[in-house]
Ligand binder design. Structure first.
Ligand code: FES
Length: 121
């Protein structure tokens, strides 16, 4: 049986997916993100503290570094070689580190949790 989306369409005509940003202080911010938008773009548009995104999503600055919740990490599309190379240079790199500009939201990521690392403070 095919899965049925129960979320309302976004104003742009797509779907919206809830995700959570957990700050350095442990506080969580829930944002409804249009499918196809990156985790970085949603953070910047909504003023999430700690996501600078200096390169605008080109995977060359590392200022959008997040640590994906352990429960979620294996469910995301894996990083490509450009992202993996960039992740070697970020501070406070963790086993579940990702560049938030390289994670595109979609329905399957409903409830995704990412943590802002200490280095992004
Ligand atoms: Fe620069 Fe993601 S915005 S690496």
């Amino acid at each position: 049986m095919a899965a049925v989306r129960t979320q309302p369409p976004s104003p742009a005509g797509g779907f919206m997916t809830d995700m959570y940003y957990v700050g350095v202080d442990g506080s969580a911010t829930c944002i409804d993100v249009p499918d196809g938008e990156s985790v970085m773009e949603a953070a910047v548009e909504n003023g999430v503290e700690g996501i600078e995104a200096d390169c605008g999503g080109a995977a060359i600055c590392g200022t959008c570094h997040v640590v994906v919740d352990a429960e979620w990490f294996e469910h995301l599309d894996p990083p490509d070689s450009v992202e993996r190379d960039m992740l070697y240079s970020v501070k406070h790199r963790a086993p579940h580190s990702r560049l938030s500009c390289q994670i595109r939201m979609r329905g399957a990521y409903e409830g995704l949790v990412v943590h802002i690392p200490e280095s992004q403070r």
